[in-house]
Design a protein around this ligand. Structure first.
Ligand SMILES: [Mn+2]
Length: 310
């Protein structure tokens, strides 16, 4: 890895920020736009950067955060084990943490986000308690509003709105914002609904893992946490969801499985299918007609995992 000299680095020279559309991507944007308010923000998923991305405009004046590396960019911050590139890459709980650690001495205006970055670490690594899921509040609740499935235009508008709020207001005031409030209500409605859906759609491989096949059903990422909460003896959850002509797989350790022993690195499993992520949470997108065989392979792999720590 080639290290850029932090003291010579000028965040203000950049024009564009490409960031992940999750909470970590948004907090990353809060930090960088506090230093450089003129950054134009663009949201992408890891798959969009990893795949054929020639139509995404990236150049030397572009910063990429919390996403795979693209060698056209001028600066890169990331914390995903499966991603490699030139820039600031650490195995940290969040990309926002990497940005904060790298830049807060050069740009002391970041100090006021210490708390926010702490919460971002917790949210990006899903260090939730059962109560965080079933009775979410504060930053955790705000984080869940970003998992709502919405059309692209609405989703971008909302994310830019949240970035603005996080730069100016306390979390209590943010949750009282009219737009945020309406999203919060939706999150809480979904939660009730998912408690039912999960029980209908889950296949449990006792004490090992479970599969929640949501192909053809309209749900958002919140369903994963509900499933983990209800099936806390199982260590890994596999989730399938339709995504246009494709199927999105997410595989994650149950956030209630707190052992440091990880017999299977899920980022490697995802990478095998063209995706990526973290050892404890990863994902990939695959053609519809290949999903069944991928699922079967993953089930067979997970059945063979040796859960005895050595
Ligand atoms: Mn992240």
């Amino acid at each position: 890895m080639i290290r850029v000299n932090v003291l010579e680095m000028d965040i203000k020279r950049f024009k564009k920020l490409i960031t992940h559309d999750d909470f970590d991507g948004i907090v990353s944007a809060v930090l960088l736009t506090t230093i450089n308010p003129n950054l134009e923000i663009e949201f992408h998923s890891p798959d969009e950067i990893r795949g054929d991305n020639k139509n995404i405009k990236i150049d030397n004046e572009t910063i990429i955060t919390d996403l795979p590396y693209d060698d056209r960019c001028g600066l890169w911050f990331d914390h995903h084990k499966s991603n490699k590139g030139k820039g600031f890459h650490e195995i940290a709980p969040s990309a926002a943490r990497v940005i904060y650690n790298t830049l807060h001495l050069r740009y002391p205006e970041l100090f006021r986000y210490e708390d926010l970055v702490e919460w971002c670490d917790k949210i990006d690594t899903a260090r939730y308690s059962k109560n965080d899921i079933l009775n979410p509040e504060g930053y955790v609740l705000l984080g869940f509003t970003l998992s709502l499935d919405e059309d692209e235009e609405e989703s971008i508008k909302y994310r830019l709105h949240v970035i603005n709020l996080l730069r100016k207001l306390t979390i209590d005031d943010i949750l009282n914002d009219k737009i945020v409030k309406s999203k919060v209500n939706k999150v809480l409605e979904n939660l009730k609904h998912y408690l039912k859906v999960v029980r209908e759609k889950i296949k449990v491989y006792e004490n090992l893992f479970y599969v929640v096949d949501m192909r053809g059903i309209d749900v958002d990422a919140g369903i994963k946490f509900v499933a983990h909460t209800l099936y806390d003896n199982e260590k890994i959850g596999v989730f399938l969801k339709s995504d246009g002509g494709k199927v999105k797989f997410s595989i994650s350790y149950n956030y209630l499985y707190r052992e440091t022993f990880e017999p299977v690195d899920l980022s490697k499993v995802a990478k095998y299918y063209g995706g990526g992520g973290h050892p404890r949470a990863a994902g990939f997108t695959i053609d519809k007609d290949k999903a069944d065989s991928a699922l079967e392979e993953i089930i067979n792999l997970l059945k063979k995992v040796d859960w005895q720590p050595r």
